[in-house]
Design a protein around this ligand. Structure first.
Ligand code: ADP
Ligand code: MG
Length: 803
């Protein structure tokens, strides 16, 4: 039996008080004051966890629709919502620079809809409120109250009322007459926590996973840390009979883990890095298959594009040109100085981030003050005792290292330090306990393969209470650092680095090891040897997989290996009959080849779109030019390597034979060998036919017209050279090379020195000559003479290597 009349009166009352409930007696039923002991943690997947304030343990969970729901496809321009407050970022379109924050949030759009923006988009909006009536003890939902349903309930215990609003927005493009985008954003009704009541805790949440670290604001102690499995978008407490927003601060996953999981022996290190500045960044994450954005602080050492997700550093393009017109022709012209990050422009005045040591010297504090962002967090992290010893060596078994000397950061909290093992300088990779298995596999596969000069050398493993430490060969740079700043190794030949990388990979594949995470940061450059030689080394065996004998593919049971933007399409499109093979590494290597040759570009575009483009097979090798010999050759190889079909990619041994790696000397000897080989062939022999077919483009109609005057004059003495024949061009090259020293000085001068100047004299004029000849002569691959230029035919090899 329910007190229905009074109950429904109460409902009406709640609806007219959208933000909070009054703590009064309603119709004889006392509305609830939630036990002070609970905190509410809202996560991106739509869960609202009621957790203990003391421990963070989940008491119960209310599961609702995800905080944001948007279409799975990424349109151009794409919109990325921020689940924390419904802000919108726009990606692409005319704003090619990156992400741009729009001057309105989803709720604001809904509020001003129907409206139309200056670029011809019609916005429609819908707002739907709901109250969840929940038993605070069990989390059991008694009922939901909406405008259309307000069932009365029969409370036999105090109840908790949680208001939530669903904002829906739809964009219709009048130019294309198509639906552009739609989104739903769910927001809990909660006024901000009253700053006057001083809140004892600070909640640090990590972007991209569900980690929450709660710190006592006065003592700086870490009270608890919990992982709620999905990114946290809001923390609330219940006060004055309503949910209230408790402040939380988002940090990069690495930054938060770094702060939390640093052991006693590297507190000093933590301290030194806390002195580094923190940067506001925009974190771009993925839920199911759509993207979202949220602000996040990172410390200086954080890689901005960690594995599996993207943390974009946004310098802040302007939001010019978008205006929203409200009904009634009132135009809202958004301020043109909206920039991201907030600190990057004039809004800087309003925001400080101060990092220092606390007065009682038992810890450190971070102070973030922002007038504009209601972001006010003050916390003391006293768990970092400063020992003044950040340059002191730490000894773990046979390995020692200096915590302040960080060489790099990896995924999942991995740190790499400079250290020592057995009297030599080494890199010490420190791996978190949750990655023990990965570390073990990494070491086992390194032991198996590190005898090769292009595989990082492994020395030893040690373990302490918390971590596994792996000592490996110390390297001064990664391939990425080299590409970003080649001046660190001015003498290096980038093609030779790629060749060495391929040799290392070929070695791994010959052992049935698939690397699965090739990318420029996982290829290291050794220090110069006594002879000054620098080697490229394949490193980071954390995702390596040994394929059992007799098999060639691997399954993806334990998840998708790799780093977004470098993953072969079949890894994400796996079908039962079509499992990924070692060709996944050739794909990533092809992207690396282009990255190196083009000095930092990627065939599949910028970091945010890469993986999507890989899946749809959309690439662009626009760095290459059609009429440049080196480009024609590089393009031929890279296109094969990044082919969407794994079977079309050349195996590593075949890649290594490609003219891409040939020195000018080898090119010249090849041309000469070919010319000798075909000299006596009749005009209708298969080799000559292949060589001459489509030869017109190779000789640019008549090669005699494209050579310099001294050489033309010299050749006029020999009437037998046909200007439209590839064979005759090769013969002329062969003869001029052969009689080089008998040539008149002006002809020698025009041809340049042997071999380099000479060969490029011809290849610069006939950029397709080498690739064309190489393809045509493939039918001679089995002949001994041609073994240096082709993989012997017992190898099954697609592309130009196959007949
Ligand atoms: P993860 O498996 O987490 O990706 P990595 O082995 O790739 O870890 O190491 C992370 C980073 O540390 C590298 O990108 C590089 O910058 C640095 N690093 C790793 N190994 C070495 C080394 N041997 N010498 C110097 N720096 C290294
Ligand atoms: Mg790595």
């Amino acid at each position: 039996f329910c007190p229905d009349v009074n109950g429904s009166t109460a409902v009406l009352k709640f609806l007219s008080l959208p933000l909070f409930l009054a703590s009064q007696q309603v119709g004889g039923v006392r509305s609830v004051t939630l036990p002070e002991s609970l905190l509410f943690v809202s996560t991106l997947d739509g869960s609202l966890h009621a957790v203990s304030k003391q421990s963070g343990d989940i008491k119960w969970t209310l599961r609702e629709d995800p905080i944001i729901q948007v279409p799975v496809y990424l349109t151009e321009p794409g919109f990325l919502p921020d689940p924390n407050d419904g802000s919108l970022y726009v990606l692409g379109g005319k704003h090619k620079e990156g992400l741009m924050k729009l001057p309105f949030t989803i709720p604001e759009l809904v509020q001003s809809a129907p409206c139309r923006s200056s670029d011809g988009i019609l916005y429609t909006g819908k707002k739907q409120d709901v109250w969840f009536v929940v038993d605070p003890e069990t989390g059991e939902k008694q009922t939901s109250l909406t405008t259309s349903s307000s069932e009365s309930i029969c409370p036999n215990s105090p109840l908790l009322y949680i208001g939530r609003t669903e904002y829906m927005v739809t964009m219709f493009d009048t130019k294309t007459q198509e639906l552009r985008w739609n989104a739903t954003y769910n927001d809990y009704s909660a006024p901000p926590y009253d700053e006057k009541q001083d809140y004892k805790m600070a909640h640090l949440v990590s972007s991209g996973d569900g980690l929450v670290v709660t710190v006592d604001r006065e003592t700086g102690d870490v009270l608890w840390s919990q992982n709620y499995g999905s990114p946290v978008v809001g923390v609330y407490l219940y006060s004055g009979d309503t949910l209230r927003h408790a402040p939380h601060l988002s940090l990069a996953r690495e930054t938060l883990r770094f702060l939390t999981f640093s052991s006693a022996n590297d507190q000093a290190d933590a301290y030194s890095s806390l002195k580094w500045s923190y940067q506001p960044t925009l974190y771009v994450g993925k839920l199911d298959s759509h993207l979202y954005a949220s602000t996040s602080l990172v410390h200086q050492g954080v890689s901005l594009v960690p594995r599996g997700l993207t943390l974009a550093r946004i310098e802040g393009p302007l939001t010019d040109g978008v205006t929203v017109r409200e009904r009634g022709e009132c135009e809202i012209t958004p301020s043109t100085d909206v920039r991201y990050p907030p600190g990057s422009t004039n809004s800087r005045k309003n925001q400080w981030l101060l990092i220092g040591k606390s007065t009682n010297s038992s810890g450190l504090w971070i102070l973030v003050v922002s007038k504009s962002d209601i972001l006010y967090i003050w916390l003391i992290l006293s768990f970092f005792f400063v020992t003044e010893g950040d340059s002191e060596e730490v000894l773990v078994g046979k390995i020692s290292f200096t915590p302040s000397e960080v060489l790099g950061h990896g995924t999942a909290g991995t740190f790499v330090f400079r250290g020592r093992f057995d009297g030599r300088h080494v890199a010490v990779k420190r791996i978190l306990p949750e990655c023990f298995e990965v570390a073990e596999r990494e070491v086992q596969l390194l032991r198996e393969s590190d005898t090769h000069p292009n595989v990082i050398r492994y020395f030893c493993t040690e373990r302490d209470r918390l971590f596994t430490y792996i000592a490996i060969e110390l390297c001064p740079a990664t391939l990425q650092q080299y590409v970003e700043d080649p001046s660190c190794f001015p003498e290096l030949n980038p093609i030779s680095l790629l060749e060495q990388t391929m040799c290392g990979l070929s070695h791994l594949h010959s052992l049935n090891i698939v690397h699965r995470d090739l990318k420029p940061r996982n290829i290291l450059l050794s220090g110069p040897s006594v002879l000054g030689r620098v080697r490229a080394l394949i490193s980071d065996f954390g995702l390596c997989k040994k394929i059992p004998d007799g098999r060639s593919s691997f399954s993806l049971r334990s998840g998708i290996p790799g780093t977004e933007g470098w993953i072969a399409p079949e890894v994400l499109h796996e079908t039962p009959g079509n499992k990924p093979t070692a060709a996944v590494d050739v794909f990533s290597a092809g992207c690396i080849f282009y990255y190196v040759v083009s000095r930092g570009q990627h065939p599949f575009g910028d970091a945010l779109r890469r993986q999507v483009n890989i899946l749809s097979g959309e690439y662009s090798l626009s760095h290459f030019m059609e009429d440049i010999h080196d480009d024609v050759i590089a393009q031929d190889l890279i296109e094969q390597m990044i082919s969407a079909e794994a079977e079309s990619r050349p195996p590593t041994a075949c890649v290594l034979k490609h003219p891409f790696f040939w020195s000018p000397e080898k090119q010249l000897v090849f041309f000469q060998d070919v010319s000798d080989r075909i000299e006596k062939e009749p005009a209708d022999s298969p080799i000559v036919v292949r060589l001459e077919s489509a030869g017109r483009a190779v000789v640019r109609t008549n090669w005699r017209m494209h050579i310099s005057v001294p050489l033309q004059t010299d050749l006029r003495r020999f009437r037998t050279y046909k200007g439209n024949s590839v064979r005759d061009l090769l013969r002329a090259m062969r003869n001029k090379k052969h009689h080089y020293h008998e040539l008149p000085p002006e002809v020698q001068e025009t041809l340049g020195e042997l071999p380099e100047g000479f060969v490029s004299y011809f290849t610069s004029r006939f950029p397709r000559l080498l690739m064309h000849t190489h393809a045509a002569l493939h039918i001679c691959a089995h002949e001994r003479l041609f073994h240096p230029y082709y993989l012997p035919p017992i190898h099954i090899c697609p592309g130009h290597c196959s007949s």
